[in-house]
Design a protein around this ligand. Sequence first.
Ligand code: CTP
Ligand code: MG
Length: 237
Amino acid sequence: RRTAAVIPAAGRGVRLGPGAPKALRALGGTPMLVHAVRAMARSRAVSVVVVVAPAAEAAEVRLLLGEHALPERTEVLVVPGGETRQESVRAGLDALPQDVTSVLIHDAARPLVPVDTVDAVVEAVRDGARAVVPALPLADTVKEVEPGRPGEPEPVVATPERARLRAVQTPQGFDLATLLEAHAAIAVDGEGATDDAGMVERLGVPVVVIPGHEEAFKVTRPLDLVLAEAVLARRRA
Ligand code: CTP
Ligand code: MG
């Protein structure tokens, strides 16, 4: 009965601007992906980490992870990713060792998630939840709109009550059989979901939210890199 972490890292990082694939960009002099792998490996519960690399960079990623120190107990596998995040996650799940029974799915683009958040997700799964999502309340009010042409004003459709909304992060934790069932159902149905828990919700399986962490934010745009560098500098001070 082991817990694994799958790290989708196969995206290009288009919103970050031109350069290497996002997961390979440096943060405090170390590739973002290495931070993300260490963030998972720091949890004593995690004994295997599957990195889903950009297909063209899989060999490079294998070398890279060999060069950086990781805890002895952690087994690291690297597999090539797919066209979409969902396909990449699927590739990672397919590579899991037979004895894995629960899994964390963690974006390489959230390199600074604290180990306490990782442990809290693992614990909630071990306590019996089939799907666990760390999330935070929103600072901004959110409007639902009728999307129009780019640049055109968009009519507001509704304003959901902010107090009931949560911005979800990763790692999301799952009973492995449940997540595999969700992926199998989507393969039949077609339509994907924008996060892993969303796929499980469609099965009608309960998903629970636990507190996320500010430092688990996703590096998406250039300004996020500025914030990430500042968080690292503060940790090292
Ligand atoms: N991801 C992946 N395979 C894909 C697309 C995304 O493994 N085909 C991963 C990314 O590497 C990232 C995570 O999914 O760690 C979250 O995706 P996102 O933040 O959107 O990263 P990118 O898709 O790389 O960025 P962008 O959308 O700006 O291109
Ligand atoms: Mg993307």
